[in-house]
Ligand binder design. Structure first.
Ligand code: G
Ligand code: G
Ligand code: MN
Ligand code: NA
Length: 249
């Protein structure tokens, strides 16, 4: 047996779980939306994190049906939670396949989720590969009315030039920088520079991996727009999310 074979079966037998992590207004801490994060409840291995199976799903092409499932599930769940936005991680393989715009459009149509409430989180690997084609797809997505954010900003091969070329609405600061904010002057300088860049380019900035009150205070002082991380809430089930919302009213 292989994990790839198990993956093929898992889609049919409904073994995936979608969790939702709060994204809050940095100033008021109001809940604005959630990031959808997948897990796999493997019958023998237990709960698997995306790092353990998304790469296999990407190599085998199974990330295409899996990505469709995630989009559909995320839009459906959030369409029943008034006002809340949802962001979904998109794999580079979904870009290559050429059907992403159609897939997103049908998920929105099937669930009646207004397009502006959906954000797609994209990493720079998508942009490196085939700049012209990536630009076409991103513009097609913008035409649908969805929001686009650059995920894990500041790591990997993200180029500042991408921010000018591609129609991003938001930048998500990688949690490595946020986690070091309290201890490292260097991390603080990088976070402040990203916040300044986002402001200058008219993009929203979201800080990921916020775990402490101190980190939140620094981000707030430097006018970060949104915060996400264990301090605000862990990735949770739809049921727990409903309780989280009820508690904060
Ligand atoms: O939730 P967690 O921190 O374990 O996520 C680890 C990584 O898996 C993150 O980089 C995240 O972007 C990615 N990931 C989570 N959910 C999905 C998903 O639905 N699709 C894709 N392609 N990646 C995901
Ligand atoms: O790459 P991406 O941004 O999609 O990854 C999000 C991942 O980060 C998820 O797997 C989530 O579980 C994890 N995560 C979210 N908040 C925190 C946090 O405050 N601290 C740490 N260490 N991980 C976090
Ligand atoms: Mn993400
Ligand atoms: Na990230």
């Amino acid at each position: 047996r292989t994990l790839e074979g198990d993956l093929r079966r898992a889609i049919v037998s409904d073994e995936f779980v979608l969790l939702f992590q709060p994204r809050c207004d940095a100033r008021t801490l109001e809940l604005l939306g959630v990031e959808a994060l997948i897990r796999w409840d493997h019958p023998q291995l237990g709960r698997l994190a995306p790092d353990e199976f998304v790469p296999i799903a990407e190599k085998s092409g199974l990330v295409i049906p899996l990505g469709e499932w995630v989009l559909r599930k995320a839009c459906d769940t959030i369409s029943r939670l008034p006002e809340l936005n949802v962001s979904v991680n998109v794999s580079v393989v979904q870009f290559r396949n050429g059907e992403l715009v159609g897939t997103v459009e049908s998920a929105l149509r099937a669930t009646s989720l207004p397009a502006h409430r959906l954000e797609l989180e994209i990493t720079e690997s998508v942009l490196i590969e085939n700049t012209d084609k990536a630009l076409d797809i991103l513009e097609g997505l913008k035409k649908l009315g969805v929001r686009l954010s650059m995920d894990d900003f500041g790591t990997g091969y993200s180029s500042l030039g991408y921010l000018r070329t591609f129609p991003f609405d938001a930048l998500k600061i990688d949690r490595r920088f946020v986690g070091d904010l309290d201890q490292s002057k260097g991390a603080l300088a990088i976070v402040q520079a990203i916040l300044g860049l986002g402001r200058a380019l008219g993009m929203q900035v979201v800080a990921e991996g916020v775990e402490t009150e101190t980190q939140l205070a620094v981000l707030k002082a430097d006018s970060c727009d949104e915060v996400q991380g264990f301090y605000l809430g862990r990735p949770m089930t739809e049921e727990a999310l409903r309780a989280y919302i009820a508690e904060r009213r």
